[in-house]
Design a protein around this ligand. Structure first.
Ligand code: CUA
Length: 204
């Protein structure tokens, strides 16, 4: 998602061109005001200059639209994500029980219990059944734009569609839950299965 906000090479070049044009324009203004001999530009130069500006405008609009489209494609579609107190209807590719504790997440995936990491295939529909063992925690997956509040003794269901792009996606606690709150992170690993348990939070 940072691509949507960052300045990639194209945009940096565009900004450099606009800055150069701005500086050239101000310089031309001063030359026009203070130069002893008046310089006359041919009309073709004016037409060319306006065409350059229009071209930049169209190019800028096209790149900004494509950036937004790419961002939009990452957003979850209707029904793909949700939070509820009851198990949602429908089939899921993966069902994972989660325990939030001071300070971390335990993922029960089949016969494995993994600390701070859960493995899912790209694009899989995943259902998390989450409980908190001690105090109020949160379960936030920024890549799926979803957050749930977890109260001890209660069960919350969170479902999402895993990103299509393999990689490590952050899961974090969003409710202040004591000294270790800031370190209460886990990874949603999309792609290849991990060889062993590992504490993802330390790699952050
Ligand atoms: Cu758990 Cu903050």
């Amino acid at each position: 998602m940072y691509e949507a906000l960052g300045l990639d090479a194209q945009r940096t070049i565009l900004i450099a061109i606009m800055l150069a044009l701005g500086v050239a324009g101000i310089a031309a203004l001063f030359v026009g005001l203070f130069a002893r001999t008046k310089i006359r530009l041919p009309y073709s130069a004016e037409v060319g200059f306006v065409a350059l500006l229009v071209g930049l405008l169209i190019y800028g609009d096209a790149t900004s639209t494509s950036t937004y489209r790419a961002y939009e494609a990452l957003l979850p579609r209707e029904g793909e994500v949700g939070v509820a107190d009851e198990a949602p209807a429908g089939q899921f590719d993966k069902n994972v029980r989660v325990l939030a504790f001071q300070w971390g997440f335990l993922f029960f995936d089949g016969d494995k219990a993994l600390r701070n990491v859960v493995q899912v295939p790209p694009g899989a529909r995943v259902l998390f059944r989450i409980g908190a063992s001690d105090v109020i925690h949160g379960f936030n997956v920024p890549a799926a734009s979803i957050t749930a509040e977890l109260e001890p003794g209660e069960t919350r269901y969170v479902w999402l569609r895993a990103p299509d792009r393999p990689g490590k996606y952050l899961i974090q606690c969003l409710n202040y839950c004591g000294l270790g709150h800031a370190q209460m992170k886990a990874w949603l690993v999309v792609g290849e299965p991990a060889e062993e348990d590992h504490d993802g939070a330390e790699e952050a």
